[in-house]
Design a protein around this ligand. Structure first.
Ligand code: KDG
Ligand code: MG
Length: 403
């Protein structure tokens, strides 16, 4: 089965998405997500200028060979732009192969390992009481796992807190907005937040929290320790992980489980973290970590060290990524949890999908392929609009810090 055409579709049904569509001489088509928040056109251009010309005429069934061709063959390996482009090709080819087999994608990976995929939702609030309300609302909706974030007294804009409403979309301006930060204020506030949330929600609901790369290792160790009485499912991105060794210090001080990896793009970014058992959950997902082919490699390696998966699933990962991730989650033996930040209605209209939510679990559906399609005519009505993630500055002197 030969690849005859491939094209990149960029659209903005409320937020930007980059989608690769591959067509074959047998009439089967497949799509893959290539969205890289705030850098969408870099991936679109990498695909159009440097990848698509190399795909035409290749056998669509040779997923592994094409993956190696694009990874090793570029000479310049890794990086979010390259790996998102490779992921899009890989996802589209798995979609095609599963359609050719007339099977849902998870069957090709080895079949079902669970009845459904536990997801965590986002409970965001301006303050503790609003976050508690949101946690209870999510529990009411059936969520078994809930991430809690709140505004921090004395800080104007922080990660995870929407403007006025609880809906939160971080890429919210055509030039980067500026947030402010104080680790001291945050470290005082966050244990209070979780004390209130745990008391309100009871012992059974899994609670999660995203530090979003803001603390130093010793500050993260202090936070992890102070959250132990509230037994979190995980503390995410406690410190930047460019230096994987940094997690050793956190690990030495706390039993709060650690998750990291939404910004990683290859197995090399998490090799030391996993083999030294410095983390409990690996957050890499389909679109930013080289597609199903590479994600499976990371998960198998993680399984040897009892590290479980917790795929990133914010709204900047398109429904195509979500569909593919849910097939992966349905199969992967060392599954932990899947993030769910639901897309808006318009996005769901552009990307019709087979997946669904019921009682805290997602179901990938039984449609052949990954079960997500794009309505190109509708997508064309919503052209790209430049949008950036914010930057972060220390509240007391304006020093640029991690967002
Ligand atoms: O593009 C950035 C978002 O995907 C990220 O800020 C979301 O941290 C995030 C999460 O855990 O969902
Ligand atoms: Mg995160």
């Amino acid at each position: 089965m030969k690849i005859t055409h491939a094209r990149v579709i960029v659209c903005c049904p409320g937020r930007n998405f980059v989608t690769l569509k591959i067509e074959t001489d047998e009439g089967l088509t497949g799509i893959g997500d290539a969205t890289l928040n705030g850098r969408e056109l870099a991936v679109a251009s990498y695909l159009s200028e440097h990848v698509i010309p190399c795909l035409i005429g290749r056998d669509a069934h040779q997923i592994e060979d094409i993956w190696q061709y694009l990874y090793r063959g570029a000479y310049w390996r890794r990086g979010p732009v390259t790996m998102s482009a490779i992921a899009a090709v890989d996802t589209a080819l798995w979609d095609i192969k599963a359609k050719a087999a007339n099977m849902p994608l998870y069957q090709l990976l080895g079949g079902r390992s669970r009845t459904g995929v536990m997801v965590y939702g986002h409970a965001n609030g301006r303050d503790i009481s609003q976050t508690v309300e949101e946690v209870l609302r999510h529990k009411e909706m059936g969520y078994l796992a809930i991430r809690a974030q709140s505004g921090v007294p004395g800080l104007d804009k922080v990660y995870g807190v929407g403007k006025g409403t609880t809906f939160y979309e971080p890429a919210d301006a055509d030039l980067p907005g500026e947030h402010d930060w104080s680790s001291e204020k945050y470290l005082l506030h966050t244990p209070r937040l979780f004390e209130a949330v745990r008391q309100a929600v009871g012992p059974d609901t899994h609670l999660l929290h995203d530090v979003h790369h803001r603390l130093t290792p010793i500050e993260a160790a202090r936070l992890g320790k102070s959250l132990e009485p509230f037994h979190l499912f995980w503390m995410e991105d406690a410190t930047p992980a460019e230096n994987q060794e940094a997690f050793r210090l956190i690990r030495q001080h706390t039993t709060t489980p650690l998750a990291v990896g939404e910004v990683f793009n290859t197995i090399w970014d998490c090799k030391d973290l996993i083999q030294n058992q410095l983390i409990d959950y690996i957050r890499t997902t389909v679109v930013h970590a080289g597609g199903i082919t590479h994600l499976r490699r990371i998960a198998d390696f993680a399984a040897m060290f009892q590290v479980r998966t917790g795929c990133h699933g914010a709204t900047d990962l398109s429904p195509v990524c979500m569909g593919a991730a849910l097939h992966f989650d349905t199969w992967v033996p060392n599954f932990g949890v899947q993030e769910l930040m639901p897309h808006n209605e318009l996005t769901n209209e552009v990307f019709a999908h087979a997946y669904s939510f019921d009682k805290g679990l997602m179901h990938c559906g039984e449609t052949a392929g990954h079960g997500v399609e794009i309505d190109e005519k509708l997508a064309a009505k919503y052209p790209y609009q430049r949008a950036y993630l914010p930057v972060n500055r220390l509240a007391h002197d304006g020093t640029l810090t991690n967002w």
